[in-house]
Each structure stands twice: as structure tokens, then as C-alpha cells.
Design a protein around this ligand. Structure first.
Ligand SMILES: Nc1ncnc2c1ncn2[C@@H]1O[C@H](COP(=O)(O)OP(=O)(O)OP(=O)(O)O)[C@@H](O)[C@H]1O
Length: 216
């Protein structure tokens, strides 16, 4: 469970988050929306313990994400909008994830295959030399294979072609692992088959927080 209480995050004099109160429970699949600068990224970074709150509290399964960062990050999978510049090749990356997160390598290969990412031909290529879409597919495959309690996707389909987008949404729909999934998106239409809740932010505040119709 994610419990956010009276969370304010201020950068200099600007409040990026202004007294945010919200809870997410298992089986909440949320479209996190709002205009540029609304505070969405600040909120997800705070959840992952990247930022110290100016005031207020965040608890992830009862744990503070700053004091218990390693523990909290073990149960969160995050796919950013811009993939990080990882120098490892795919073989090294998969082995690293296998060791550090106890993820089954076969499961990563399975999801990569489902995302139509040809791992075999790219096994010894550095992650950062893959195309934008290939990087995204790799990170998605890892995020699904980790079977985390919480998955956070920040505009994950920005670099994906339409077929890959369909594959991504199909895999999420088929994934029966109980979890919280949070999608930062500007297009509700695109995620409406996989979300059951909409949260809309503006000027650092939550202005809409509602259940939407059951997942189709
Ligand atoms: N590290 C930072 N230092 C200073 N200001 C920041 C920092 N991170 C975010 N902000 C400010 O906080 C506000 C919210 O930014 P944030 O990135 O959370 O918005 P967002 O909703 O994710 O926007 P977008 O849709 O453009 O990604 C903006 O005014 C931004 O300039």
C-alpha cells in the first residue's frame, strides 16, 4: 500500500506538491494525469525516495522510502520516460538484474520475446546503443519479470510503435500478479482498458481522484 499524508515538496519558493493526501491499494491501476508541470514526476520520485519531503509523510507498505530506500525499491519497478544511459550490454544487464533482484532470467527473455525484442542478436550490444523503442521494450520486459508489488510507468509507450504498444497493454492485461500499477499518461484513452482509477493533478494538488469503470 502507498499512503501519502499531507505531502508538500518545495523547490526554492515553488511548491511542486502542495499538501497531497492519497492512498493506493493493491489492485489499484491508476492513470496519473495532469498538465506539464503539475507535479506528477515529483510525486512518483517522492514515492521512490528520490526527494525528501518538505513536510508530510509517505509510507510504502508501512516503510519510509527515504529511511528504507533499498527495501522499498525492491518492491517497486519503474520504467522512466527517458531510459537511463546504462553501459552494460544486454547479457550483463540481464545477469545483473537476475542477481540483484532475484528475477528469473527466462521470464525476462519471455517478456522480451513477447515485446518482439530480439535479444539474441543484440545480446552483446550496450543497452545505451539500442534504439529508443528497444530500450523501452527491454525495461518493460524487466519490469514485468520482476513481479513487483508496485509498478510505475512514466509515459512508457512514448517510443513504441503501435504494434509494440498493443503488445505492452496485452501483457499488462494478462498479468495476474496482484499489484499497484501507476501510469503517468496524457492519454486516458490509451490506458483505459488497464486502469480502474484516475488521478488528475494540477499545480501540485490532486484535483480529481475517482474510480473509473471496471477494467474492460
Ligand atoms: N529538481 C527540481 N528542481 C526545481 N524545480 C523542480 C524540480 N523538479 C520539478 N520541479 C518543478 O516542479 C514542478 C512540477 O514538475 P514535475 O516534473 O513534477 O511536473 P510533471 O507533472 O511531471 O510535468 P510533465 O508532464 O511536464 O512531465 C515544475 O514547476 C518544475 O519546474
Amino acid at each position: 500500500m502507498i499512503k501519502i499524508s499531507n505531502l508538500t515538496k518545495q523547490f526554492n519558493s515553488h511548491k511542486s506538491l502542495n499538501n497531497v493526501n492519497i492512498e493506493f491499494q493493491k489492485n489499484d491501476h491508476i492513470a496519473l494525469m495532469g498538465p506539464n508541470g503539475a507535479g506528477k514526476t515529483t510525486l512518483i520520485r517522492s514515492i521512490m525516495g528520490y526527494y525528501h519531503p518538505t513536510s508530510g509523510e509517505i509510507l510504502i507498505n508501512g516503510k519510509d522510502p527515504i529511511k528504507n530506500r533499498t527495501e522499498v525499491l525492491k518492491i517497486i519497478s519503474f520504467v522512466p520516460q527517458l531510459p537511463p544511459p546504462i553501459k552494460l550490454n544486454l547479457d550483463e544487464l540481464i545477469k545483473y538484474i537476475e542477481r540483484s533482484s532475484n528475477v528469473n532470467k527466462e521470464l525476462i527473455l519471455h517478456y522480451a520475446n513477447e515485446m518482439k525484442l530480439d535479444i539474441k542478436s543484440n545480446l552483446y550490444k550496450s543497452f545505451f546503443k539500442l534504439s529508443g523503442g528497444m530500450k523501452q521494450k527491454m525495461l518493460i520486459a524487466i519490469s514485468l519479470a520482476r513481479k513487483s508489488d508496485i509498478i510505475i510507468y512514466d509515459e512508457p509507450t512514448a517510443n513504441l510503435d503501435p504494434k509494440a504498444r498493443d503488445d505492452f497493454y496485452r501483457l499488462l492485461k494478462e498479468d495476474k500478479n496482484e499489484k499497484i500499477s501507476l501510469f503517468v499518461t496524457h492519454r486516458l484513452e490509451e490506458v483505459k482498458k488497464i486502469v480502474n482509477r484516475q488521478v488528475y493533478m494540477d499545480l501540485g494538488e490532486i484535483v480529481i481522484n475517482k474510480k473509473i469503470k471496471e477494467i474492460l
